[in-house]
Design a protein around this ligand. Structure first.
Ligand code: PGA
Length: 254
């Protein structure tokens, strides 16, 4: 993940169902990425496909994981360590996606995972976002507490390896019309930077912020122009090779 470029991250979630489909999607995405010099494209496939893609990424696509455990080695059935991920060519691990937080992951767990990932020498994509918005703006307080708790265990010296994905739950998995507007994204990005500055000083402000939640070719341009963000974390539209290629081209021209 090269900073300074627009960052476009594909979150395939638990898709597609077979290695053959995953390979086809990856190759189509790689083709689109190879034509976009001003964009850094990362694909986060399900764990079983990661080593398949470490041979196929050719320096054009960065490999990301959708999660990582908070330590290396030990009696942790079913978990995958940062060390293993690094060994197969992963360069960034996502932690704290809301679909995982909704089931069992606390801010504390997410924070431990984030620190373990950066300590291993990988970058970390830390997902944050409020469940709902209220007219009084109380959600800002919720977001502040979530950010503080989620970064409580992350050491300042690793901040240059951190990227934040702002993903409000109310905007995930919908139509682009129900996505957050550029002005909402911009206002929230400013707020997130302020909280990061309170925690980490000037360095906190340099952490790139991505937006995620129903981004498609229809709203990508406006969000990049007016949203004050470094790029996107893209779910369902990253499973449509054509739509995703279109988003990459929009980001390249932005
Ligand atoms: P979506 O998902 O693009 O399908 O809304 C984004 C995400 O959950 O990462």
């Amino acid at each position: 993940m090269k900073k300074g470029k627009k960052l476009i991250v594909a979150n395939w979630k638990m898709n597609p169902g077979t290695a053959a489909e995953a390979r086809a999607l990856f190759l189509a995405t790689r083709r689109a990425a190879s034509e976009a010099r001003r964009v850094s494209v990362t694909v986060c496939p399900p764990f079983p496909f990661l080593s398949l893609f470490s041979r196929l990424s050719n320096g054009v696509i960065s490999l990301g994981s959708q999660d990582a455990f908070w330590r290396n080695g030990g009696p942790h059935t079913g978990e995958v360590s940062p060390e293993m991920l690094k060994d197969i060519g992963v360069t960034i691990s996502m932690v704290g996606h809301s679909e995982r937080r909704a089931r069992w992951e606390t801010d504390d767990i997410v924070s431990r995972k984030a620190q373990a990932v950066v300590r291993e020498g990988l970058s970390v994509l830390v997902c944050i976002g409020e469940r709902a918005r209220d007219e009084n703006g109380d959600f800002f307080g919720v977001l502040r507490e979530q950010i503080k708790a989620t970064f409580s265990k992350v050491q300042r010296r690793f901040l240059s390896d951190v990227v934040i994905a702002y993903e409000p739950l109310w905007a995930i998995g919908k139509n682009w019309r129900d996505s957050a507007s550029p002005s909402v994204v911009r206002e929230t990005a400013i707020f997130i930077r302020k909280v990061m500055a309170d925690m980490f000083g000037d360095e906190g402000v340099t952490v790139p912020i991505l937006y995620g939640g129903s981004v498609g070719p229809e709203n990508a341009g406006a969000l990049l122009r007016d949203g004050d963000i470094a790029g996107f974390l893209i779910g369902h539209e990253s499973l449509d090779a054509e739509a995703f290629a279109w988003i990459i081209r929009i980001a390249n021209d932005a």
